[in-house]
Ligand binder design. Structure first.
Ligand code: UDP
Length: 310
């Protein structure tokens, strides 16, 4: 099997490339390196079934040889990154998606799209099942991420209907683990960075907003099973263990043993109040659920960050 993985040098993409190569696949990894890094795939660079190309998929792709799957993960993914790169984020989730779909159609390959829990916006249904259509502000700052993800889901479904491209849409909830960038602005790397420096942990608002965090190895297992299963989705992939942001900050401070205090700062515009995946479909269709507890996953991530960041 041969996959083209866009965003393959990013946090999640690099873990997925490793899994595909370990499963015996050939992988062509394309990454614009806007938020990805060659260091993330350093362990794969010498592998004969892995190839990395620095390439922006908003340009059409002319790829030699057979392709079985186009896995479209490319996009800035942290709120800080997509607010810093709003146009690039809109482009990779529109022009980039069309280019990936055209490649899949040309190669008679399947298309897997990395959608997101952000398609649910600030949800009015909790936990969120795939049947929920969401509550997204189409003109707010986060729309540069949410809307292209929604648009890409629509484009994928249209290519399946109009051209028979086999499509799979996964909606990925908050995921964390080794290879997150130290300054990508997300809660987990921020709190770890601050705790390791003995600096105050910056909780936005009063910290009562919730997130449900999935360790990256569990997520990759879910993606692998989804790839090998029947069905288009959309399929929620995430860990339904929900915590408040304040609980998350306190847990990271405790695990780091830093004695850092908590400071309360401004809340970003349209920051979702609650987020938790309903993973009934993944449990039933894939026999999948996460196994790594938040304590264990954060401990592993802290250990990695101690080595990689300091
Ligand atoms: N957050 C925070 N302090 C930080 C970074 C993030 O309190 O230093 C909050 C953020 O406002 C949100 C939650 O943590 O409520 C998760 O944010 P993140 O950027 O990790 O991901 P999101 O789920 O918003 O995409």
């Amino acid at each position: 099997m041969r996959a083209v993985v866009t965003g393959g040098a990013g946090f999640l993409g690099s873990h997925l490339c490793e899994r595909l190569v370990a499963e015996g696949w050939h992988v062509l990894c394309l990454d614009s390196m806007l938020t990805g890094a060659t260091a993330n795939v350093a362990g794969l660079r010498q592998h004969e079934r892995f190839r990395l190309e620095s390439y922006d998929v908003t340009r059409p792709m002319e790829i030699e040889g057979d392709v079985d799957w186009v896995l479209h993960l490319a996009s800035p993914a942290s709120p800080k990154d997509y607010l810093d790169h709003p146009i690039e984020t809109l482009q990779v989730g529109s022009l980039g998606t069309f280019n990936c779909l055209d490649l899949a159609r040309w190669k008679e390959a399947g298309f897997l799209f990395a959608s997101t829990s952000e398609v649910y916006g600030d949800p009015k249904v909790h936990p969120q099942p795939e049947s929920y259509w969401g509550n997204v502000n189409p003109i707010g700052p986060r729309s540069v991420y949410d809307e292209p993800k929604r648009f890409s889901e629509a484009a994928a479904m249209a290519y399946q209907r109009a051209h028979g491209v086999p499509v799979k849409v996964m909606r990925i909830f908050n995921t964390y683990g080794p290879r997150m960038r130290r300054r990508d602005g997300r809660a987990v790397p921020n709190f770890i960075d601050q705790a390791l420096a003995g600096a105050p942990l910056t909780v936005h608002g009063d910290g009562s907003q919730t997130r449900s965090l999935c360790y990256v190895d569990d997520l990759v297992e879910g993606i692998w099973r989804f790839l090998n299963a029947e069905g288009t989705g959309p399929m929620n992939l995430g860990n339904p263990h929900e915590v408040t942001v304040l609980e998350l900050a306190k847990l990271i401070a405790d695990l780091a043993g830093s004695g850092s205090e908590i400071v309360f700062t401004d809340r970003p515009i349209d920051d979702p109040e609650l987020r938790c995946p309903d993973i009934s479909l993944a449990r039933e269709a894939l026999g999948w659920e996460p196994h790594v507890t938040l304590e264990e996953g954060l401990a592993r991530t802290l250990e990695w960050a101690r080595g990689a960041w300091t």
